[in-house]
Every structure is written in C-alpha cells, then in structure tokens.
Design a protein around this ligand. Sequence first.
Ligand SMILES: Cc1cc2nc3c(=O)[nH]c(=O)nc-3n(C[C@H](O)[C@H](O)[C@H](O)COP(=O)(O)OP(=O)(O)OC[C@H]3O[C@@H](n4cnc5c(N)ncnc54)[C@H](O)[C@@H]3O)c2cc1C
Length: 433
Amino acid sequence: MNIAIVGGGWAGIAAAITLAGKVKLTLFEAGRTLGGRARSIGRTNTHGIALDNGQHILLGAYRETLGLMQEIGVAPEAHLRRLPLRIQDASGFRLALPRLPHPFNLFWGLFGARKIGLREKWDTARWMKSRRFVVPPEADVSVAQWLHKAGQNGVLSRHLWEPLCLAALNTPARYASAHVFGCVLRESFGNSASGATDLLLPRGALSGLLPDPAQKWLDARGVVIRLRERIHALRPEGDRWQLVSGRGAETFDRIILTVAPWHLPPLLAELPRAAFPSPPEDAEPIATLYCDYPKDIALPYPLRLLDGAHGGWLVDRGGGLLAAALSGHGAWEDLPDETLAAAIHADICAEVSRSLALPPYQVIREKRATFSCRPGLPRCPQTLPWPGLFIAGDHTLPDYPATLESATRSGRMSAHLCLGTHSGVCAKTADAP
Ligand SMILES: Cc1cc2nc3c(=O)[nH]c(=O)nc-3n(C[C@H](O)[C@H](O)[C@H](O)COP(=O)(O)OP(=O)(O)OC[C@H]3O[C@@H](n4cnc5c(N)ncnc54)[C@H](O)[C@@H]3O)c2cc1C
C-alpha cells in the first residue's frame, strides 16, 4: 500500500511513526523542517539558548505524546523537566498540588491554597466531587457561564480556572467551550494516573523532543520525507488519490491530511463540501516574549502566572532566559513589540522584586496559533465520505483543544484508521466518563 501524509507537524509525525515499516510512505511538508506550529526556529538568545516558535508546556497527562517520544528512543525525563503543578502570582494567590495519590493531592492542594476563604474552598471541593467537570456536548456553554452557574465567581475563578482555560484552550473563558475545558480538567485534575497534573517543561529546543529525532528515525525506516514541498490540490482518481505539488501529480492509495484547519479548504476544494462539516475557521493568537536577563535572574518556581494588564504565563528557561507567553485575543495584539516588551518586563520586575534594565528580547507572534475553541464548534471528522482519505490534526478530536497531545493522538488514530486497525482505545483516558 502506498500512503501519503500531507503535513509534517506533530500530527503528521505521529501518523508517520505509526505507519513506518508497514506501508510505502511519503511525508510532504511545505516548510523547511518538521514540527509545524511546535518547532525550534533556528535562532538563539544572546546566551546561545535555542528559541522555539513559542513557549510550549506539556502535561503529565500527555500519554500519547510521551509514548511517541519513547517509541523512537527519546527519553521524556531527559528532555522534559517534570514539576508538580503550582500556580502562583503577585497577588499572593498560591495553589500547589503535593505528590499524593489522586484525589488527595487535589483536596490537599485546594485546602492549603493561599488567598482563598474557607467557604470558597469548601464549595469548590463539593463542586469538583459532585460534578466531576462534566459538561455534555449538547449542553455546551462558555466557560465563564459554566463557572458562574456553578457559583465559581470568586478568587479561584480569576486566579485558577480562567488562566488555566486560556492556557489549555488558548481561548478566553468568556467564549471558550466549557465542554472541552471540562474534558481537559478530567484528563488532568480528574485523572488517577500518577503525575497527570505535572507540568513538563522542555529542557532544550522543542524540535529535540520529537521533530528532529523523528526525522532520523523515519529516514532509517525508509520513509520518504519531502521538505519544502507544498501540496496544492487533491483529486480522486478511481479508488485512489492524486496529489499535486509544484513537482507534478502523483497517485497514492491512501492520503492523510494533517495540515492546520485554515490550510484544509484549498486541499478539499475539488470535493463536494456539503458532505462533511467544515474545519474550524476562527483562530486565536499567541505571542512569546523571550527576555535575556543576566544569568543570575531566576524565578523561585519555574512557572509563574503574570498578574499584570496582559496576563500571561512566565517560564524560567534557565540561564537568565525568561519566556512570557500571552494567549488568545487581547489588547496586547495592538501593541508594537517595544511597548509589549516594556509592559511585560515591568511585570517581571514585580515578580522577581528587582529593578532591572530592559534586557535584549525577541517577540515571536503566531497570529494563527490554534483554532478558537468555542461552544458547540463542529469538527471536521477523521474519516470522510470517500474511502482512502483521512484527516488528522489538533482540530479534529471533538473533546480536545489544540494541543500537542490532540495532534499526536489524532495522528495515531488516523494511521490506525488508514490501516483498518483502529480500536478506539486511544480516544479517551481510562478515567474519562
Ligand atoms: C506559540 C504556540 C504555543 C503553543 N503552546 C502549546 C503548549 O504550551 N502546549 C500544547 O500542548 N500545545 C501548544 N500549542 C499548540 C500546538 O503547538 C499545536 O496544537 C500543534 O503543534 C499542532 O500540530 P498539528 O500537527 O496538528 O498542526 P501543524 O503544526 O500546523 O502542522 C501542519 C503542518 O502542515 C504543513 N502544511 C500546511 N499546508 C501544507 C500543504 N499544502 N502541503 C504540505 N504541507 C503543508 C505545515 O507547514 C505544518 O508543518 C502552541 C502553539 C503555538 C503556535
């Protein structure tokens, strides 16, 4: 069987690893490297630390992603710093989960949290226990509405749930999907697997986690990787498929499209569109500000919630490099880089209680970082009404936001669908209802 994968992001890589050695496989990637929206950009900071297209944070619950790394010989613990979840900001709010079995870690963390009254802690504990973060898809509302209805209007809403929603869904709580946020909370806070809520911070370049080692691994298994080759069109040809690139047309038995949702329409243009839901169109941005402080500048804990006008998360990359990530649409989008950097630098000075000069910095803006994860958003299915054509990518799984985990999970599933070996087992964690 001759299969083509279009797109070499984490979904395309996951599909390729699953199919390698089983079929004749070609991977087409328009860019210069594999990795897509999660890759190193080939630039370093002034201390020589490699920079990525955006600061990425993984979770202990990223089962598929971590499994994929292990499968190709990358030891997650060598490349990722594992930390127990701790959220704190300049207001004095602090919630830290201890290393205890689930659910004791949650309740211990909640009752030990600072800057929250006992009444709010008690109400929240009862809500978490009785509701288990379940929002049925047919009753989907915004996260803000869901929290309000649950009586979560206090400190935890502003300092925990809303920032977590923005970090996980890259969509502000006022219009993010409560159903998807509930699924994320169940897979982390509601997951009894040890370390599911842990934060995993890349120790070095993001491409070193998967894209670069995967390229070598796939090469060694005879997978043809065609970089800098954009597919312009896709056409049915009998029961096979023709792909058209600048180098001409080629025919394959099966195709897996793993491109971002906004790159799908031109590829599907020659198929009757009424036959399946359109991919999500609205996107949310992310900006990452990398600041090169003197090497002795370090955060007491490597992750910090910024409590300034633009919010955001601050990650200590070591060696004086601090990365601030601003997610979702907001006022920050209209600011020029200099103004944005000065504002975030002021927040950082408040965090480290030091008065510092603005250091060398770089701002990387991804205008279409992820799809906008709104209530009731229809998703493009992984199987289409035509045999031999499959779709994967971070936008395809209805219960998931756009993350590395949803990308790798969908990539794996598309490969199994393609081979006819899909059992549905990797669609949900054991704890998901
Ligand atoms: C700045 C930023 C920060 C993020 N932070 C986090 C985080 O902390 N944690 C987390 O889990 N997730 C995070 N994400 C989300 C995560 O990076 C994405 O969900 C994931 O990388 C998407 O992978 P994908 O393979 O589905 O899509 P993509 O990465 O978009 O891959 C699609 C690939 O297809 C290629 N392509 C497109 N059209 C064609 C064509 N016609 N022919 C050939 N190739 C084509 C593209 O070049 C691309 O390489 C972040 C994303 C960004 C941008």
